[in-house]
Design a protein around this ligand. Structure first.
Ligand code: MEV
Length: 340
């Protein structure tokens, strides 16, 4: 979602200083969590993802009228990256974004701007920090160029940027972040939006162990190449669970959904992407009243997602905090899905 905040700029016109409106473009994008089907989705199985609306990335694009020749500046203080286009690595997201816009819309030159990126989404934690930046940059540059892009196009352009971060992304991260709705997703197909019959409440527990999605996806690929039958069967079982989960969500069946979530965790353990710390968090949630829990995202670190009834949130939180797991976010999905 984006809007403009008005700033002012001093220009010299006909030797007279003139104060003109200089709108900065502000774009906010959400985080995400994979509820079912991570990794299996890369191999064509269905997956389910939900937006996490209280974690956000903010992209601010300030047009730069002072420069005659196109120039661009990128500033991401959270991760200590800033510099002009010339200072940035040749495969930096801004370099790629400018190239993609020029190519896709046959634009010769994009007017100068400065881009500021900040986010409350933890990095390398499986909550969509990279996809939220990709979607945010696409929306901001589109507005800068006066392009009113439909969400499908935003998603398609963000997918191209996502390929920079993970050689072979399924596209689920950029899709759920572009649409900001819970969805059932099969690679190379339009997403199906899920309407939960009842609200579902979730806790996201950050192990604070950093994990790079691209690395884990590569490791799973190598393991699958060595043993395609074993891994193919795990992916298929996860796909079957995802189909059952879709029914459970639309029927509002909390207990069924919880069981399926924990079964999905066991299959991710079998795939080799869990860690003792993630297993411990899953067990703590389930032993203290959660309906089900699993790692979410690529694994080998990152977050656990737990399905909880509203009244079991306090005991689950208490157990997690006593065990030292203190970085916890809450999120939910409901019938009347809104961008709160
Ligand atoms: C990452 O959020 C989900 C993975 O399945 C990778 C992908 O779908 O591209 C691990």
């Amino acid at each position: 979602m984006g809007h403009r905040s008005i700033g002012y700029f001093l220009l010299v016109y006909d030797h007279q200083p003139v104060l003109i409106n200089m709108p900065a473009i502000l774009v906010h994008t959400v985080g995400k969590s994979i509820l079912f089907g991570e990794h299996a989705v890369v191999y064509g199985q269905p997956a389910i993802a939900i937006p996490v609306t209280n974690l956000r990335t903010k992209v601010t694009l300030t047009p730069d009228l002072k420069t005659q020749t196109p120039s661009y500046y990128y500033d991401a203080p959270d991760i200590g990256i800033h510099g002009t286009l010339e200072d940035l690595p040749h495969d930096h997201i801004l370099v790629e974004a400018l190239r993609i816009f020029k190519e896709s819309f046959s634009i010769k030159s994009i007017p100068s701007f400065k881009l500021h990126v900040s986010s409350s989404i933890p990095v390398a934690a499986g909550l969509g920090s990279s996809a939220s930046i990709s979607v945010g940059i696409v929306r901001a540059i589109a507005q800068h160029l006066g392009l009113k892009l439909p969400v499908e196009k935003v998603n398609a352009l963000a997918y191209q940027l996502e390929k920079l971060h993970h050689g072979n992304p399924s596209g689920i991260d950029n899709t759920v972040i572009s649409y900001e709705k819970p969805l059932y997703y099969i690679r190379n197909h339009a997403p199906l939006f899920l309407e939960p019959r009842e609200p579902f409440y979730f806790l996201l527990i950050n192990s604070t162990i950093h994990s790079l999605t691209s690395q884990v996806v590569d490791e799973v690929r190598r393991a699958w190449e060595v043993n395609p039958t074993h891994f193919g069967a795990i992916f298929q079982d996860i796909g079957d669970l995802t189909d059952q989960a879709r029914q459970a969500i639309t029927k509002g069946d909390q207990v069924m959904l919880g069981q399926l979530i924990t079964e999905n965790h066991h299959l991710l353990q079998k795939m080799g992407v869990s860690l003792v710390q993630l297993d411990e968090i899953v067990a703590l949630c389930n032993d203290n009243g959660a309906l089900g829990a699993k790692l979410c995202g690529a694994g080998r670190g990152g977050n656990v997602i737990a399905l909880v009834k509203a009244d079991s949130i306090p005991p689950v939180l208490q157990a997690l905090q006593s065990a030292g797991w203190t970085e916890i976010y809450q999120t939910s999905i409901s019938k009347k899905w809104s961008h709160s």
